[in-house]
Design a binder for this molecule. Structure first.
Ligand SMILES: [Fe+2]
Ligand SMILES: [Fe+2]
Length: 166
């Protein structure tokens, strides 16, 4: 991970990262051993880089990626089949309230991130970047790769050992 990529990424989401709503995701367990904040940061950075490579709006991808799981409730409070459909809607509602509105690409990126498990499909490269990043990052988290990445050391645990991505 190059320093200039990280700085460009922070230019897009630095203010959002500091908000109480985004910080509150640190207290929500998303995958085993991975908080909702860690997962969202991971998805946000990967979507930011994918969108940049695809010539899409990387700022919108970074923002939608960071907010795609801003559901802000205990996911164990719902059966998993209901959580699959309900949490993107809650995240989009909370994200719109936090930002004072969302662009169409950002909103669709949040609402469609569970595709194809959920029927709402990505309609832009921004939304496709968030959807693909969500799958890639969730897989890496379940396989235990997340805590070995440089992104984790840079953003979440500065003392941890790491391996480089992109
Ligand atoms: Fe999600
Ligand atoms: Fe997610």
């Amino acid at each position: 991970m190059r320093a200039e990529h990280w700085r460009a990424y922070l230019d897009c989401v630095g203010e959002l990262l500091a908000t109480p709503q985004v910080q509150a995701m640190k207290d929500i367990r998303h995958h085993p051993g991975v908080s909702c904040f860690e997962h969202s940061l991971f998805v946000s950075y990967v979507a930011f880089r994918l969108a940049g490579r695809w010539g899409a709006d990387s700022r919108a991808a970074a923002r939608a990626g960071l907010l795609h799981d801003l559901y802000l409730y205990d996911p164990r409070s719902l059966p998993s089949y209901k959580q699959c459909f309900a949490h993107p809607v809650a995240a989009a509602r909370n994200a719109a309230a936090l930002c004072g509105g969302l662009s169409a690409q950002e909103e669709n990126g949040i609402l469609a991130h569970m595709w194809p498990l959920a029927p709402r499909a990505p309609r832009s490269r921004v939304a496709a970047a968030v959807c693909l990043a969500d799958k890639v990052c969730a897989t890496a988290e379940v396989l235990g790769i997340w805590r070995r990445l440089e992104l984790y050391r840079t953003a979440c645990a500065p003392a941890a050992p790491s391996v480089e991505i992109w």
